[in-house]
Design a protein around this ligand. Structure first.
Ligand code: F6R
Length: 247
């Protein structure tokens, strides 16, 4: 996997934002939509801040952008502060000119007996717009991408999953205490992610150990991010700290 190392998360985020802006504009010039796969969590906050800045100061328009978020907690109401719906609106969607009709985030309110059908429809919507042009990813300390925890199949698609305890502990910072962290999530699958034409995985700071395993270790479902080694256009965008264990 090609790795681009930046001095700070801000520099890495600026690189990713420029790549996204370039793609949005070149698609717009051809009269085409630009389909972005988006992540939440602490990692892409500086990326979204940079995209918002480019919208405000450099005229970057999101009018031709279609978005699909990777995941959402289950169950959760979109209005809940900690939901990924709320996160995306706070950090990006409310601050740019994206058409709300073009935004897709898994719905944490779907009735249990409707989830299978709902997830199939999510996949079909991605296919209907021609697939994801550029997928943004973070990485969990356990190697998860989206909420595809260790052991997820290479062939998994959008589905309801149970979060690892370590993921709930890591995400407890956003909640009052760990018991408030939902136990499940709806996530795009590994196959869904691998279907993207291009992937940028971002990682900052204390992720050096898992970055090393994903980039240089065996390809294994125990480290879902290692499967990205089999993608033909995936780049890791990391800072110097996250690069400290690469050989
Ligand atoms: C979020 C997601 C997760 C995060 C990962 C890292 O939509 O899919 O895989 O990217 O848990 O989270 P942070 O960035 O908070 O360290």
């Amino acid at each position: 996997i090609p790795v681009k190392i930046f001095t700070t998360p801000k520099e890495g985020s600026k690189y990713a934002a420029r790549e996204i802006a370039h793609l949005i504009r070149s698609k717009a010039d051809q009269g085409l939509p630009c389909v972005l796969g988006l992540a939440t969590g602490s990692t892409p906050i500086s990326l979204y801040a940079e995209l918002v800045r480019m919208h405000k100061e450099e005229g970057l328009s999101f009018k031709n952008v279609i978005t699909f978020n990777l995941d959402e907690y289950y169950p959760i109401e979109p209005e809940t502060l900690q939901s990924y719906h709320a996160f995306m609106h706070r950090n990006l969607f409310s601050k740019v000119d994206v058409d709300p009709a073009n935004i897709h985030i898994p719905d944490g309110r779907v009735a249990k007996d409707k989830i299978k059908e709902y997830c199939q429809k999510y996949e079909q919507k991605i296919e209907a717009v021609g697939g994801i042009d550029l997928q943004i990813l973070g990485i969990g300390n356990n190697g998860h991408i989206g909420f595809n925890e260790p052991g997820s199949s290479r062939y998994s698609k959008t589905r309801l999953v149970t979060l690892d305890n370590s993921t709930r502990v890591a995400n407890a910072r956003e909640f009052q205490n760990i018991s408030q962290v939902p136990r499940m999530a709806i996530t795009a699958g590994i196959q869904t992610i691998m279907g993207a034409k291009r992937i940028l995985l971002m990682a900052w700071g204390l992720k050096a150990g898992i970055v090393q395993k994903a980039v240089e270790g065996d390809v294994t479902e125990h480290i879902p991010a290692s499967i990205l080694q089999q993608h033909n256009d995936c780049t890791f965008v990391i800072d110097e700290l996250a690069a400290t264990e690469l050989t």
